[in-house]
Design a protein around this ligand. Sequence first.
Ligand SMILES: Cc1cc2nc3c(=O)[nH]c(=O)nc-3n(C[C@H](O)[C@H](O)[C@H](O)COP(=O)(O)OP(=O)(O)OC[C@H]3O[C@@H](n4cnc5c(N)ncnc54)[C@H](O)[C@@H]3O)c2cc1C
Length: 428
Amino acid sequence: MAAATDVGIPEDIRDIVKASVTGIQQFIDSEVLPLERELQPILSDERKFFRDDGRATDQVLEARKQVRMKSADAGYYGMFAPESVGGGGLGVRSMVFVEEGMYRKYGPGRPLITWAKGFLSQPTIASFVDGPSHMLVAVSEGVRGEFLPGIAKGEKMVCFALSEANAGSDVWGIQTKARRDGDDWIINGSKQWITNAPYADYAVVFAVTNEQLVAERKGGISAFFVETNAAGYTFDGVLPVMGHVGGDCGSMSFDNLRVPADRLVGALDQGFQIAMFGISEGRISISANCIGMSEYALDRSLEYAQQRMSFGKPISEYQAIQFMLADMAINIYTMKYMILQTAALVESFPQTGRMPVKEISIAKAYAVEKTQECYDHAIQVHGGIGLSNELSLNEGFRIARTLRIPDGTGEIQRRTIARQMLRGDTAF
Ligand SMILES: Cc1cc2nc3c(=O)[nH]c(=O)nc-3n(C[C@H](O)[C@H](O)[C@H](O)COP(=O)(O)OP(=O)(O)OC[C@H]3O[C@@H](n4cnc5c(N)ncnc54)[C@H](O)[C@@H]3O)c2cc1C
């Protein structure tokens, strides 16, 4: 099999991409897989992986932390975060190739990578919902000095707390409020569906600071860097999804949570932009994951179709099977180059001043929907064994289905695409 990164890598990032892909694969082989073997009894049974309340067990959390910190030491954990927050500063195109290479080799369904992209991928490379990211660039100097080093090292974790029970797609509908009290802010409200909420040491919490601006949709939401062990902060529980018995998503509430003024992230009333910054990063990262995940499904299907006999022939000789393999290839090729083009447009933002909002939404909507299609085909090519937990193609299917909701549903991506075009952005 040709390595995922052998073709199409632009000259200017070829060396760093190849070194990073090889380095991460070596890191996983030498640091993570031995841990996987050691923890196999826990990892192969969700009832041992999660506690009764749905949180991962202490042993699992300790192992994840070990992976994060070793990955940070080796320079991988924050490699795509800006240098100003302790990251490696690599660009979006590099991220696409590196995440593709990682997911293609290790897939979504190995025991360690199951449960909402849980064990292996999440701790190895940080994202805006758990570690150092572009979203943290705007923190105050005080927060930068006191909290970011621990986050960059992988010792401490953050979460991104925007959604609420009655406000998901419609961000302007959030009800959490922050009011000024002397030098502090007092936050009241609650959040739901927050990835990493059960484990985070800190949360970036979005709250209304000016109701009039929010009503006019011109601002009025602010972001705050909050410690999750502060008085007034309560973690309310895990929200398992897609048949799992526990998970990484949860809800929390704030009851007169007092936050010092220097915990404001970015400018007052301008938190919406910070949220969109994080979400845009998430959309591209999810899309990049999807390329490798889909390639993993295709690789397994190509292998299996050539060895599985039916009616005296390998099933790969039947056109019905060939068409599914071909459709997977069409999906992968299209999503890969769509995402790479979008990544190039994001990287050229400092020169062009144009953020490719439409293209990011096109890429995210397409990648997640087509990844689900790839896993559906892969399961079909495998027949009964495709549904088994042993191969975990079913986990890939569940992850792909899950990814159609966070960071903007398919409908919200289409809404964004249409609105951008109706505003005159019809460039392709
Ligand atoms: C696994 C997971 C992880 C998540 N992680 C985070 C996180 O870390 N931080 C965070 O803040 N949030 C997180 N979320 C929340 C996520 O962003 C929201 O679930 C998502 O934005 C959808 O919001 P909702 O669930 O309230 O659905 P709703 O907004 O109520 O939507 C319900 C349905 O209506 C459709 N719809 C809504 N408005 C329109 C419209 N204008 N036009 C057409 N259709 C529309 C939607 O597409 C959907 O089909 C996560 C969610 C999940 C499932």
